[in-house]
Design a protein around this ligand. Structure first.
Ligand code: ATP
Ligand code: MG
Length: 451
């Protein structure tokens, strides 16, 4: 049985249960005065037993030890994706007001014609008119409840000043995927999620760094592998702050991003890149909320956060000439606080070590300088890029190029790409020294240098 089959079978039963609950609630609500106040409670309808159910959905229900209320609300959030028409009953109109019932809550999407639930909808099903139950149900939508904390569902307020329970509720992409085809969802970059998963096909063997830099990286690597046992063994729980913050700085193309990616891959942890120049801009307003989302998810998932263009954080934070500046300052302080409190690994990357003041430096467990490669490192880079001698003409002299031209690893990859295109255009199947020299020239020109 595939994962999606298992989920489908289990969810059929769950939907039938949901239907029964909804029916009972409606019968009570629209029945005679006796049934309205009858003691027959929707909770008398026990949900299906999932204790031996192999589906990922059942696993989630067990993992969180979901009770009646939680399971029903979680299912309610899934239903627009599973069987949207199951909620059509909420479109019933009141003969008195000539519109849908206020007590059902709910909203309509831009294109979706079905009923989409709000927290009010959940409360209606679970509590009907009982105020005490209504109050009890509120805790499901508290920040501290695992629904929001572990990001099973999203609660979104549409307008300020409206009642709290008017907030829309929906399942997060991650849990939707787990409850349907079962695949683990990796979030994509969007305005709401300003971070991007980064990966590389390169391996540790391809990484060319000097001994000192490598030593620093090994230090961080050890922390990544052993932080838990290490903290315990040396009894550091109370004395050190959780997490590890490292600053990578150095010229462009020297392997900062690559190293962060490889560190993650080596311990099986995803690395998410956040471009600070994008985040700390004038658009914002939403930024804090969106960044908070990234931090929360990263914390749950044990991601490494990689902040690129971190210079934005080091800028002078005192001059506030415009409201935009003030706003940016707020964002920065917020970000710094989150970086400092983050219990996982954060790497910040920058091209300049612009006056990082002492106070700032103290926040980092390591500050690692990535220099331009020296001659022998350049030769290793060349050889890694062009390992296949059959593709090189006789006249290619890598040691000469490594000795003569000071270029970063990033520039060398550009050179090789340029040379390969040039040779292809000339219908050759080998690279010649002239191809490489031309490519080098192009790279040097970018930096205002010449051959
Ligand atoms: N030290 C290195 N070892 C091996 N390859 C390298 C190294 N430095 C750069 N490269 C190559 O150059 C590419 C670009 O490097 P990378 O993106 O890591 O640079 P960076 O330091 O993050 O640059 P920037 O400051 O511009 O973001 C890498 O994907 C890799 O192919
Ligand atoms: Mg980079």
């Amino acid at each position: 049985m595939t994962i999606s089959q298992a989920n489908a079978i289990t969810l059929e039963q769950e939907l039938a249960w949901f239907d029964a609950v909804l029916n009972l609630r409606f019968t009570h609500y629209f029945g005679t005065p006796e049934t309205q106040h009858a003691t027959a409670d929707v909770r008398s309808l026990a949900p299906p037993d999932l204790s031996n159910d192999p589906s990922p959905y059942a696993q989630i229900v067990r993992d969180y030890a979901m009770g009646f209320d939680e399971r029903l609300v979680f299912l309610l959030c899934l239903i627009p994706h599973l069987r949207p028409q199951a909620l059509d009953i909420f479109f019933t109109q009141s003969p008195i007001t000539g519109r849908t019932y206020t007590e059902f809550g709910g909203w309509r999407g831009k294109a979706h014609s079905g009923f989409l639930p709000t927290a009010e909808t959940a409360v209606f099903i679970l509590a009907g008119q009982e105020l005490q139950r209504r109050f009890a149900t509120l805790q499901l939508f508290d920040d501290q409840h695992y629904f929001l904390k572990q990001r099973l569902i999203k609660l979104e307020h549409q307008a300020s000043g409206e009642p709290f329970l008017n907030a829309t509720i929906s399942v997060t992409a991650e849990f939707l995927h787990r409850c349907t085809h079962g695949q683990v969802h990796k979030p994509d970059y969007s305005i709401e999620f300003p971070a991007k998963l980064i990966a590389s096909k390169l391996t540790w063997d391809d990484l060319v760094l000097g001994r000192d830099v490598m030593d620093e990286i090994e230090h961080l690597h050890t922390w990544l592998r052993h932080s838990k046992s290490l903290v315990k063994h040396w009894r550091l729980e109370k004395s050190i702050k959780a997490g590890y913050r490292s600053l990578f700085f150095g010229p462009p193309g020297t392997g900062k991003t690559l190293t962060a990616t490889l560190l993650g891959a080596s311990v099986g942890v995803d690395v998410y890149r956040i471009d600070l120049s994008m985040v700390v801009s004038k658009y914002i307003g939403e930024t804090e909320k969106n960044l908070a989302g990234v931090f929360d998810q990263a914390e749950n998932k044990n991601w490494i956060l990689f902040f690129d263009e971190a210079d934005a954080l080091f800028g002078k934070r005192t001059q506030t000439s415009s409201s935009n500046d003030r706003h940016a300052n707020q964002e920065i302080s917020y970000l710094l606080q989150r970086v400092e409190d983050f219990p996982g690994v954060v790497i910040l990357a920058s091209n300049i070590k612009a006056n990082i003041d002492e106070a700032f430096a103290r926040r980092f467990q390591s500050i690692i300088y990535f220099p331009l490669p020296d001659e022998s490192e350049r030769l290793r880079l060349w050889k890694n890029l062009l390992p296949n001698n059959e593709l090189l003409a006789q006249d290619v002299d890598l040691p000469f190029l490594a000795d003569k031209y000071e270029l970063s690893g990033g520039s060398l990859t550009n050179v090789v790409r340029y040379a390969a295109i040039r040779a292809t255009r000339m219908n050759r199947n080998r690279l010649e020294q002239a191809d490489l020299l031309q490519g080098i020239n192009k790279e040097l020109l970018k930096e205002g240098r010449t051959l």
